[in-house]
Write a protein that binds this ligand. Structure first.
Ligand SMILES: [Zn+2]
Ligand SMILES: [Zn+2]
Ligand SMILES: [Zn+2]
Length: 441
């Protein structure tokens, strides 16, 4: 924009106004804060007309408006707080004071403080602060320097860096002195030996535990008094009824294998698990009807079950119901005394221990409910001939041949998760239950 051109406001300050018919010669585009972009017509003052002269009063008011309260000078513009010259001077003074103020202690000195190159800032520090800072840094670095030159061995203070190495700058970190290095080597070897010994002890302990468990299983399988009991129920609750009972001997000989009419509908969930339907049990005997048969094979014998808490609670409940229905005076006591004639042994914990020791994994615990079958949810996807084959067996009143107990047990144990994912049938279940080794009886 040519210097001589003026906006309307600038013309007014010179007591000028556009002459009659005078057109702006240009447009000034300008950004003003709070207003945005604006366009201001520019006039040539040479063509402008003089404004009417001001009265003395107007003249005085205008002068007052343009007088700087700081310096008393009359400026060519309206002065608000101070004139531009005064504002610039004030800014200069502020910067100069800043340069004379210490950045740490804020002390002001008559001359500007030196600015340390290490402090990349624009502000200076006084001499006491500078000294304090430098000394503190040295104190902090000193231990590091000592550490880097000293043997790191325990209670050793030998300096292992030579002056030449330090001077040459080739020294990087702490180095062991030879006695410390030797001792460290020995201690490491000692720790390694202890670790190995502990490992061997653990292996031995594991071997012994497995041996004991295998012995337990062999004992059970060899015992002619062993009876293995398995059952299916209408659910996992306290009043669940038995719908299927199986008892085998240790060799897998079927002693009892019968469906039971629970006297109530089997919930669909339970049927999903064991595939036994209401129709199938409709003509089956009640629990009370098989009680004598059951007593004959359980009483006085060693009765192996899987998950004692549940598998003993079911017959106890059935017995209590039975004795109550038959008008027995103390049904609970009678149930307990009936159960007391058999020696119950839980295969779940030994089997679980065995799996842990042999394959390092415990079978899934029946944590969700008392019945591990249900917890594992495995019966439903049984490959066995269920329930058809079981029924055929039952119908024929005999059992097909089967491998020896030991072999069966080993096969069952081969699957770490196999605890009762497989067999519902007592014969089959014996495999999963009896943790005998591959070298079984
Ligand atoms: Zn001023
Ligand atoms: Zn200072
Ligand atoms: Zn040392």
């Amino acid at each position: 924009m040519p210097d001589r051109l003026r906006t309307m406001t600038q013309l007014k300050e010179q007591r000028l106004k556009p002459a009659e018919g005078q057109q702006p010669v240009a447009l000034l585009r300008k950004y003003r804060r709070g207003h945005g972009w604006g366009h201001f017509p520019l006039y040539d003052p040479a063509d402008a007309a003089e404004m009417r002269p001001l009265s003395a009063k107007q003249q005085a008011a205008m002068t007052a408006q343009r007088t700087c309260p700081e310096c008393g000078q009359v400026r060519g513009y309206v002065v608000h707080r101070m004139c531009q010259e005064c504002a610039d001077r004030e800014q200069q003074q502020r910067l100069e004071l800043q340069r004379r103020t210490c950045m740490w202690c804020r002390r002001v000195s008559p001359t500007p403080h030196p600015v340390s190159a290490s402090l990349k800032g624009r502000r200076g520090e006084c001499v006491p602060c500078w000294l304090h800072r430098v000394i503190r840094r040295q104190l902090e670095e000193e231990p590091l320097v000592v550490w880097r030159r000293t043997c790191p061995g325990r209670d050793c203070h030998k300096v292992t860096a030579t002056d030449e190495e330090v001077a040459a700058g080739t020294w990087r970190g702490p180095r062991w002195c030879s006695p410390c290095a030797e001792r460290d080597e020995q201690e490491r070897a000692e720790r390694e030996r202890e670790r190995r010994e502990a490992e061997e002890r653990a292996v031995e302990a594991r071997r012994r535990e497995v041996e004991a468990l295998e012995g337990w299983a062999r004992d059970i399988l060899a015992d002619p008094d062993t009876a293995i009991l398995d059952m299916e129920t209408t659910g996992l609750h306290d009043e669940a009824r038995i719908v299927d009972l199986g008892v085998t001997g240790a060799a897998g000989d079927v002693l009892v294998d019968t469906l039971i009419n629970p006297g109530e509908p089997i919930p669909p969930d339970a049927t999903d698990m064991h595939k036994i339907t209401d129709a199938e049990v409709a003509t089956a005997p009640s629990f009370g009807a098989v009680l004598d048969k059951l007593a004959a094979v359980l009483h006085g014998r060693r009765c192996v079950i899987y998950n004692r808490a549940f598998d003993v609670a079911r017959p106890r409940y059935e017995l209590t119901v039975h004795y109550r229905q038959t008008g027995h005076e103390g049904p609970e006591g009678a149930a307990d005394s009936w159960l007391g004639k058999a020696r119950f042994e839980d295969a779940m914990v030994p089997y679980s221990d065995f799996c842990l020791q042999v394959v390092g994994i415990r079978p899934l615990p029946p944590a969700a409910g008392p019945d591990p079958d249900a917890a594992v949810g495995g019966r439903g996807r049984q490959p066995r001939g269920i329930p058809g084959r079981a029924r055929i067996d039952r119908g024929r009143g005999q059992h097909p041949g089967h491998p020896s107990g030991g072999h069966v047990a080993a096969a069952g144990l081969g699957d770490p998760h196999g605890h009762r994912t497989g067999p519902r049938h007592p014969r089959r279940r014996a495999r999963a239950k009896a943790p005998a080794g591959t070298d079984g009886p």
